[in-house]
Structure formats: C-alpha cells, structure tokens
Design a protein around this ligand. Structure first.
Ligand code: FAD
Length: 556
C-alpha cells in the first residue's frame, strides 16, 4: 500500500465549503480515481480482487479494519476474542500492485453532480477545519453497509444493545458479566436479582438466534460454576414478532431450533412485537390478541434486521430514489442512472422491478408459437432459465412463496406433469405480479457482499481492455446495457449455530443437516473463510482455549 506520499496532495481547492480537497497530483498520470466507501465484506472483497494497476484508489472508512461479522456472536460471550476476527485494512492491501490509500474517516455527503465525496475524520486532529475534506472520483464504489433497524420503536436507541459492530459485541460481553456481578451483590432480594438476570433478545433471525444460543452456552457451561448462588435466577427470553424463529430456513431447522430452545429452558415468545423499551421494562404487543404486557430486564439485545444509513438516504433523495428502502442498482451494480457510481453489499439492492420485467420477457420468449400459452415443458424450461439467471428466485421457490404460485397454476390447469397441459402466460404474469411485491431482495449477507465485491473488481480489471478493444473477445461483451455480464449470485448455503455444539446447515439442493457433524462443518468453513492466516490461527486457538479452559468472564 502506498503512503500517499508522491501521489496525493491536499489543497484548499474547495474554498466555498471550507473543506480541503484531495486530488491526484498533476504528474501526468492518467490514472482513473476510484473512491471506495467502506472496508466491510463488499469493500474489502473489491480491494482484494482489484488487480489492474491503472487505478488510483482512495479507501474511506471510519474503521481501519475488516471485521469477520459471522463470528461477532462468538465475541459477545468470549468464545472468540475481538482482535481475532479483525484484520487491518492496510495489511490486506499492503502487497498489492495497485495504488491504494486509506483514510480513516466517514463519508457524510456524496455529491454525484460534482463527483466528490465529503468526509469527516473520526480522529481528533486538534487542528480546526482539518477534520473535514472532500475527495474527487472518476468512479465511486459505495459499500457502506447498513445500520440496525429500530423501526422507530420508542426507547430502543437509548436502552437496547445492538450486535452490528465489534464494539457492540464487546459491550454485550461486558454487560452480561456486569449483570452477574450486580446480581451477586449483597442486600438484593431474589426478585431484584431475577430482574437483573433477565436477558432479552429481540429478533428471531439468524443473528438473534445465534446470540441467544451463545448466551445460553456461556451461562450453562461457564457462569453457573462461577455464580452458583444466582444460577437458578437466570432467564433468557427470545422475542419474535412472526410466528416462528429462523423463518428464512427450512421448516425442519425452525422446528428443531424451537424445540431445542424450549427444552433448554429458554423462554420463546413468538407473535410478540416490541412496542416500547423503557430503562427498566420492555413492552410487547401480542400480535393475535393485541394485548400489551411488560417485563423487567437486565439487558436487551436488539437484532431485528438492518436499515439504511443517513448518508445513503440523503444520496437517494438527491438522485430521485427517496421512495425506496435501499439504494437501487441495475444488475451490473451501477446505481440507476449514474454510470460512474456502483453500490454493493447491504446498502444496495438490485432493482427487482427490472428483474421482474426480465422474468416476464423470458416467459414471452418461451412461447415459441406466439399462442399466448406455454406447454408445461416450455414453462419448465422458462422456469429453469429464470432460476439460472436469478438464483434469488430459486431461493424464493424453495421458500415456498413461488411454489404456491405454481400450485395456483396447477389448480387452474390440472396436472402439470402432463406434457399436453397448457399454461396461459398472461394468467401467469398476473399471478407473478401479485408476488412481485413480496419478492425478496437478495439476502443481506456477507456471501452476497463478497461476491459483489469480487464481481465488480473483475469488471474494473477488464475495463481498460474493453475500452481499448471495443470489438474484443466476446467474453468482455455481455449483452444489453453494459459490456460485462450481469452479476449473478451463487448461493453456497447457510448456517444457523444453535448452541451446545450443534449447528443447522442448509446447503444448495435443499440439503439440510442438523447436529454435531454440521458444527464441525461450520468450524471448517468459517476457519477457511477468515481473511488471513493470522486471524485463522487466532480464531482456531481461541476455539481450542475455550474447549480446554472455558470462556473468560473477566470484566475488562
Ligand atoms: P459491512 O460489512 O457492514 O461494511 C460496511 C463498511 O462501511 C464498514 O467498514 C464501515 O465501517 C463502513 N462505513 C460505515 N459508515 C461509513 C461512512 N459513513 N463512510 C465510509 N464508510 C462507512 N452474513 C453471512 O453471510 N453469514 C453470517 O454468518 C453472518 N453473520 C452475521 C452476524 C452478525 C452479528 C452480523 C451483524 C451480520 C452477519 N452477517 C452474516 C451479515 C454480513 O455481516 C453483512 O451482510 C455484511 O457485512 C455486508 O457487507 P457490507 O460490506 O455491505 O457491509
């Protein structure tokens, strides 16, 4: 990684805003300026895969490291140490032959008109006016991730803990131990101790479930030995507004997890939506009866999904996407109508409306005789084509929603297995538009973000060659709106660690495995996915340490 010495200069160019500007020196270099916002899964994957030295890359992120988020729940209880799952970004890009400069700052404004991003250093520079600066770009890669979504529930921001960043996981770890120490103080009644040892997890998605399982293991394997007098007063409650936890997983996994948690004494409350959190109590509304009830708590962890960062919301307003939930891109990850701005990972989504139009077009094309109907064979071919182009639709099919659409057709047209049965395309399209609104975006996962980063870096690696040889090799000339092939997500499966050395795995082909063997698969996959040999060695040694000595419960 370059220090930035001969290549960048600070100037007081932007005097109107009083913000200094960072531009490449006029050294005759024709390098295109690429600004990358964020050093998470998407940004880091982009940087790791960028090989073409013809770019001058500026990376801006308030954290100078990459964090391996799938192991954050393990950090909350000391199964793995925080430092074991992070790698300095300077280490990651050090050996690259591309000019990459890192600035520890957060972007607070994107000015697409003037091709600038405005940033604020999070270090206290002590030099007035120097903490803000602007960076010019030719290409902008937005990979800023997301923030926790509180759904504006009163009191959540002030009273709950989140599990999004490394600092959050460390704070949870300190709070858990603090609750046990406080509950062990003299002169407290059992009732008071019980309140302090009431741990509430809000959200039955993979993160909430994994954290609840980690906490249960921490308490039952380690803390019961250290705090024997209060061990029977501990209660872990998991609140989920929907009817089931892990509802994006196969039903077998959901059922197994719910039964396991209940067997272990965890308090599972489904159909309970949190409406308010005060400094002492959490209030929930029963979805069926509408009844509101409150319970005291010692610690609440809020894990109900992700929301959009303010800087992205502001940018969306600028470019006419104010009515959207997240930044919409096309299938080449370009922000719609902005050819030089790309958005990847949790802060963006591929515009489903366009995808649905493509899907409709596939059905129309499959109708070879233009009769307005498809034979079952044609229908199935079209469906295969769609599944290949849009793996998220395949996921969707597996999650039953689109299957019910197929059932609908079956019902109206008889036995689909018979070759002779014909399906009306218009009927199918109108059914499709009904599920359009429910159609899920690509999941907000590290898997998607990392694949998008790698895809975009490959496009950038080929960009120059494509520009020089517009009629060059076919593989550089995808169809349609862009010269590269559109981004295609490849799903490798997902895990749900359930505690007690048991994990549920749902792998491609709908292969489900639950138990100890999947836990070993989880260990090996996650160890292999860690970003460096250093973090791999640290995490594996943390696991071994935990097996031998248990988790550390020191309050530091
Ligand atoms: P992030 O990885 O969140 O990175 C965002 C980056 O932007 C960070 O570097 C941040 O510092 C930076 N940034 C923030 N604000 C600014 C700003 N204003 N200016 C510049 N930079 C900024 N996914 C899986 O696939 N498998 C799992 O097992 C899994 N487990 C998870 C467990 C937990 C506890 C959590 C929180 C997430 C988990 N995920 C998992 C989801 C996964 O972490 C996210 O989908 C992934 O991190 C998204 O990558 P990203 O690059 O979009 O965002």
């Amino acid at each position: 990684m370059c220090s930035g010495g001969g290549l960048v200069a600070y100037s007081e160019a932007n005097s109107s805003s009083g913000v200094s500007s960072i531009n490449p020196l006029e050294d005759g270099s024709q390098k295109k300026r690429v600004v990358v916002l964020g050093t998470g899964w998407a940004g880091t994957s982009f940087l790791k895969n960028l090989k073409d030295p013809s770019y001058d890359v500026q990376v801006i992120s308030p954290r100078n490291y990459f964090a391996f988020t799938p192991l954050l729940p393990s950090v909350t209880c000391g199964t793995v140490e925080a430092r074991s799952i992070v790698e300095p970004i300077r280490n990651i890009v050090r050996k690259k032959n591309v000019d990459i400069h890192y600035w520890e700052a957060e972007c607070f404004k994107i000015d697409a008109e003037n091709k600038k991003v405005y940033c604020r250093s999070n270090a206290d520079t002590n030099i007035s006016g120097k903490e803000e600066f602007a960076v010019d770009y030719d290409y902008l890669v937005i990979a800023m991730g997301a923030r926790p979504n509180t759904f504006n529930t009163p009191g959540v921001e002030e009273n709950c803990l989140f599990l999004k960043e490394v600092e959050d996981a460390q704070k949870i770890r300190r709070t858990v131990i603090d609750c046990f120490e406080r509950a062990s103080l003299p002169n407290l009644t059992d009732d008071e101790k019980q309140k302090i040892l009431q741990f509430v997890v809000v959200g039955g998605g993979p993160t909430g479930v994994e954290f609840a399982a980690e906490l249960h293991d921490f308490v039952s394997e380690d803390l019961v030995k250290l705090y024997p007098k209060v061990k029977d007063l501990v209660k872990i409650t998991l609140l989920e507004a929907g009817e089931h936890i892990l509802n994006m997983f196969d039903k077998r996994i959901t059922t197994f997890a719910e039964e396991k948690f209940k067997r272990e004494g965890m308090d599972l409350k489904m159909g309970a939506m949190v409406v308010k959190v005060s400094d002492k109590e959490i209030s929930t509304k029963e979805m069926k009866s509408g009844e509101i009830s409150s319970m005291p708590y010692g610690m609440v962890v809020w894990s109900t999904g992700i929301g959009t960062r303010p800087v992205i919301l502001d940018f969306m307003k600028q470019i006419g996407q104010a009515n959207r939930r997240v930044l919409a891109t096309d299938e080449w990850l370009r922000v719609e109508a902005k050819n030089d701005i790309y958005a990847l990972g949790d802060c963006a989504t591929i515009n489903q409306r366009k995808v649905m139009e493509d899907i409709s077009a596939i059905f129309t094309k499959a109708d070879k005789d233009n009769s307005g109907t498809l034979t079952v064979k044609e229908f199935q071919e079209a469906l295969d084509d769609i599944c290949e182009r849009y793996p998220q639709v395949r996921l969707y099919l597996k999650n039953n929603q689109m299957l019910s659409l197929v059932d609908l057709l079956k019902d109206s047209k008889g036995d689909v297995a018979k070759e002779s049965v014909e399906l009306n395309i218009e009927e199918f399209k109108s059914a499709l538009s009904k599920v359009d609104s429910q159609m899920k975006n690509l999941p907000a996962t590290a898997q998607v973000a990392a694949q998008q980063g790698a895809y975009l870096a490959n496009c950038f690696n080929r960009m120059e060659e494509c520009e020089k040889n517009p009629e060059g090799p076919l593989r550089y000339r995808g169809e349609g709106r862009h010269r590269f092939r559109p981004f295609r997500y490849k799903h490798f499966g997902q895990f749900a660690p359930l505690g007690g050395e048991q994990t549920a795995a749902q792998l491609p082909g709908d292969w489900v495995s639950i138990g100890h063997s999947s836990q070993w698969l989880w260990y090996s996959v996650y160890a292999s996915k860690l970003v460096s040999w250093r973090t791999r060695a640290l995490v594996v040694s943390d696991w071994v340490r935990r097996f031998i000595f248990g988790r550390d419960s020191s309050q530091i």
